[in-house]
Design a protein around this ligand. Structure first.
Ligand code: SF4
Ligand code: SF4
Length: 328
């Protein structure tokens, strides 16, 4: 049995219409986070996912408050992401400067405005989501991903993020290291009353679906009922079309077959078709999280190009389409 429902995000999960905006675990462009939070609060999103970082929480809360000051009735819960070890979401791009020829081939590969070739190639790392799309494009192998932002003081950072207004935690299961995740859970589980929103993000990051399913069973054994399992199909890969979202739905179907007392929310390649495709497959998911696709959909194709205030309502209208697409 699931726990009694008292909060708006819980009702949305139970009604299978939960929408989460994913800003990115490694992403730190506060101006963009604030803008996205404002847009998606107006649009009725139920949660906003940021890194374990006080500045990111404050930026999301500032966007929510700006929307509420302008009449928005919703208040999405802000959640922070923790890494159990080598999780793909906690990487950022790095440049081997001597190997770079400034050829510019990587510029069109990046949807997040990281590269600038005004003179020699420069990286604006705060905009990097770790999507990896630029890496194979470079002819000289000058680009690679490195682990980034792995917290050392989880307890202190969690407390600071709670003080800043975060009320949710997402634990990323990383490379499937059960002992690392269990250790993280021992810390978080002790604080469960403080954090009403607890999610575990699982994906087949090389260890195979049977291992993922076994891990999901372990997680529910530790955490009990009422948690959220995020099935991460193809991380940080959202594009348009049915193919983009298939892996997330396939994994959700296998997790839901376990019939565990947890909500199942999909992410990783999700888009405006995800909800309709789940219904076509008679797959009763509880919600959808979207990141890179959501940004482009609301008119933020490049982090350096926040639309003007005049365009805000157009972006909100587009964001509302996405929120409603979860349960069409
Ligand atoms: S393409 Fe992806 S990994 Fe490469 S710089 Fe841009 S955001 Fe970072
Ligand atoms: S593609 Fe590689 S060599 Fe060319 S500018 Fe980008 S990082 Fe430098």
């Amino acid at each position: 049995m699931l726990q009694p429902l008292t909060l708006p995000f819980e009702a949305a999960l139970a009604e299978r219409r939960f929408f989460k905006l994913i800003c990115g675990a490694s992403y730190r462009n506060y101006e963009v986070i604030r803008w996205l939070a404002e847009v998606f609060t107006h649009a009725g999103a139920h949660a906003i996912d940021v890194g374990l970082d006080v500045g990111s929480v404050e930026a999301a809360r500032a966007g929510i408050q700006a929307a509420q000051a302008a009449g928005a009735e919703h208040e999405p819960v802000v959640l922070v992401s923790l890494d159990a070890g080598d999780d793909v979401h906690f990487f950022r791009i790095t440049l081997d400067r001597p190997a770079c020829t400034d050829c510019g081939s990587c510029l069109p590969a990046c949807r997040f405005g990281v590269f600038d070739l005004t003179t020699a190639l420069q990286l604006d790392e705060q905009n990097c989501t770790g999507c990896r799309e630029c890496v194979p494009v470079c002819p000289t192998e000058a680009l690679s991903l490195r682990p980034w932002g792995r917290a050392r003081d989880y307890a202190g950072l969690l407390d600071a993020c709670w003080q800043a207004g975060a009320r949710g935690i997402e634990l990323h299961t990383g490379s499937g290291d059960e002992s690392g995740l269990a250790a993280l859970w021992r810390l978080v589980g002790d604080q469960r009353q403080r954090w009403p929103f607890i999610s575990f993000s699982v994906g087949d990051y090389g260890q195979g679906v049977p291992a993922v399913l076994a891990l999901v069973g372990e997680i529910v054994g530790w955490a009990g009922s009422g948690i959220i399992i995020q099935t991460d199909g193809k991380p940080i890969s959202g594009r348009s079309g049915a193919a983009s979202t298939r892996a997330a739905l396939d994994l959700a179907a296998q997790v839901m077959d376990l019939d565990l007392p947890a909500f199942v929310q999909v992410a990783g390649g999700t888009n405006d078709l995800t909800g309709a495709l789940a219904q076509e497959r008679s797959l009763p998911i509880h919600g959808v999280g979207m990141g890179s696709y959501a940004r482009a959909f609301v008119g933020l194709p490049d982090a350096a190009q926040i639309p003007s205030r005049l365009d805000l309502w157009q972006s909100i209208h587009r964001a509302r389409e996405l929120v409603l697409s979860v349960n069409p």
